[in-house]
Design a protein around this ligand. Structure first.
Ligand SMILES: Nc1ncnc2c1ncn2[C@@H]1O[C@H](COP(=O)(O)OP(=O)(O)OP(=O)(O)O)[C@@H](O)[C@H]1O
Length: 273
């Protein structure tokens, strides 16, 4: 049985009847990563938020979403809140807005762990430190004393992943977690997600418009366009033998974007070798 099973997920804007996500099916297996790709506005974020009841009140979600066998769409608000706190965590696009600028990272990590897992302060503090160490953050004690604005975007993303690591949810939903980062930090954050998966076995839904990033992480890929599922399957199949024209377009665009860079690097290497 899949950890998460989604059938006919549909999200409609009740104000104007617009269908934002239309009849989407997919599944997430334990200890795997599902990549959701598609251009801006294709419905990736709305899909993820709808799974865990985080959409605005004017959006109506229908279909069947089963987490470990039980329905998430039918779950009472309090149960859903508990699931979001402990079992399905969402990592947001912009790490800067996820943390409160008025508190140190240590206070925020410790308080979140205390509240979520009912730990005492010492327990939460050592778990936070351990999680930061596991994310290969140098001087974790120093980072705990810093305020968010004193840390880089990449470091804040790592702190968010560290928090997810400490909570050890069943599923982490990461919505474009590398968008705000430069390419070096992007690569580091992707490595952290790999580490997160290796250390905890957490299943990941990784949303991105960057196929290159998804290719490094995902075993399964869902391609979305205009709120519809256009392709879904094993990553190798989707990337190397795409069936749908739109997927071919995404793959070709990526090649077109990266080829000049790759060629330039090869030329440079040849000159200097
Ligand atoms: N809260 C909302 N209320 C109404 N419409 C929304 C809401 N959020 C998103 N939409 C609309 O739903 C559609 C899908 O948006 P969504 O944010 O899911 O796209 P996306 O694929 O995640 O894009 P991006 O890569 O830019 O984040 C868009 O047309 C968007 O304008």
């Amino acid at each position: 049985m899949s950890l998460l099973n989604v059938r006919g997920l549909t999200v409609r804007d009740l104000r104007n009847g617009e269908v934002l996500v239309n009849n989407v099916d997919f599944a997430l297996q334990a200890n795997t990563c599902l990549g959701i790709v598609g251009e801006s506005g294709s419905g990736k974020s709305v899909t993820c938020k709808a799974l865990i009841g985080l959409t605005n009140p004017w959006l109506e979600t229908t279909g069947d979403v089963r987490f470990a066998g039980s329905s998430l769409l039918a779950a009472p608000a309090e149960k859903l809140r508990q699931i979001r706190a402990k079992r399905i965590c969402m990592i947001l696009q912009d790490a800067m807005t996820a943390f409160d600028p008025l508190y140190t990272m240590g206070d925020q990590l410790i308080e979140t762990l205390r509240e979520t897992l009912s730990w005492d302060r010492r327990q939460a503090q050592s778990a936070a430190l351990e999680a930061l160490e596991k994310m290969c953050i140098r001087d974790p004690a120093g980072v705990m004393q810093k305020y968010p604005h004193q840390l880089s975007g990449g470091m804040l993303q790592r702190c968010m992943i560290a928090l997810a690591l400490a909570v050890r949810p069943d599923i982490v939903i990461a919505d474009e977690p590398t968008t705000a980062l430069d390419s070096i930090n992007q690569r580091e954050v992707v490595d952290e997600f790999r580490r997160l998966q290796a250390v905890t076995g957490t299943a990941i839904i990784f949303v991105s418009h960057d196929l290159g990033v998804v290719e490094k992480l995902a075993q399964q890929v869902l391609v979305m366009q205009n709120g519809e599922r256009v392709e879904y399957g094993a990553a190798a199949q989707v990337f190397y033998n795409p069936q749908h024209e739109y997927t071919r377009y995404l793959v070709d665009t990526r090649i077109a974007l990266t080829k000049p860079f790759r060629d330039a690097m090869i030329r440079r290497c040849k000159i200097s070798c």
